[in-house]
Ligand binder design. Structure first.
Ligand code: GUN
Length: 293
């Protein structure tokens, strides 16, 4: 029987828990958590993601600040924005929404973020701590996937996880987290990428398959083992005449053909996306709590 890994419902439970913690903080005279998001340019997908993050802040009772900058912003101006957010003691954590325009050196911007405010977990200090299994901010998408697996009660112990994609924000951290000596974790992990030979040989041996390649309907039924847990990280916009907008969002997995073979599968939308946002809220609360201490 196929079960749906419902990221929307799980994220709502997490938000409820966060709201209670915020209320309790306020009752004790403590500060409301405050997240800032830097949005550069007019990429519609980035605008939508940042909009979702700001709305989630209001649902859980966090303050939020949107710093909206034009595509023409220079490297040094953007570095100054980051410096100001680093210094602003009312802001507990902030993110710089990616992708940034081509003339911006992303890495220099991400490295300018104070690691204690880096709630996206993209600073090399946090990435390094994650690799060493030390306490740190975990990147929101892999963190959300781990929470989804944990809250569904899926046993990952000793299982073979195959990850499609080696990006620094999803594929690579996903491999580290699934490999950890932890619950969930303790998987044997294979990371596949654009140069992988005999891809189907790998994917068809996966007990847990994570698709994070950004290609609509790339994973088809012939690539998936019977009873696999399939996690779809893809958010691809494809033409759809039946929609008013003329398009719709779809994942990296061909859901219709793959779902019947799975024990669990995430839908798109309503799977990994809402969990990413909930994890960012959890990191922001942690950033705020660490500042109390
Ligand atoms: N672009 C795609 N995913 C993310 C994310 O998790 N954080 C930020 N800042 N940008 C992204």
């Amino acid at each position: 029987m196929t079960r749906i890994l419902d990221g929307k419902a799980t994220s709502l439970s997490i938000e409820e828990e966060l709201s209670k913690v915020v209320q309790d903080r306020l009752n004790r005279g403590l500060k409301r958590p405050h997240l800032a998001a830097v949005l550069v340019g007019d990429n519609p997908a980035s605008q939508a993601y940042v909009g979702h993050k700001v709305k989630a802040c209001s649902r859980v009772g966090f303050d939020s600040t949107l710093v909206d900058k034009p595509t023409s912003i220079s490297q040094s101006e953007l570095l100054r924005v980051v410096e100001e957010l680093n210094k602003n003691s009312s802001i507990d954590g902030f993110i710089v929404q990616l992708p940034l325009p081509d003339h911006i050196n992303d890495q220099e911007i991400l490295e300018a973020v104070l690691p204690t405010k880096d709630v996206d977990g993209f600073h090399p200090v946090n990435a390094g701590k994650m690799a060493l299994d030390l306490p740190c901010f975990l990147p929101a998408t892999p963190m959300g996937i781990m929470s989804l697996i944990e809250r569904a009660g899926i046993d990952t112990e000793g299982k073979h996880a195959v990850i499609l994609g080696r990006s620094s924000i999803v594929g690579t951290p996903m491999a580290l987290l699934l490999r950890r000596n932890n619950k969930p974790g303790n998987c044997t992990v294979t990371v596949c990428h654009s140069r992988t030979e005999n891809l189907v040989e790998h994917t068809s041996r996966a007990d847990i398959l994570v698709a994070a390649i950004g290609r609509a309907h790339f994973v088809t039924a012939d690539m998936v083992k019977d009873g696999a847990v399939v996690i779809d990280v893809g958010i691809n916009r494809i033409p759809d005449e039946s929609k008013k907008s003329g398009s719709r969002l779809t994942g990296d997995v061909d859901f219709e053909s793959v779902a019947p073979k799975c024990s669990w599968i995430t839908p798109v939308p309503g799977g990994v996306g809402p969990m990413t946002i909930a994890s960012l809220m959890q990191n922001t609360l942690q950033a705020c709590i660490k500042k109390d201490a």
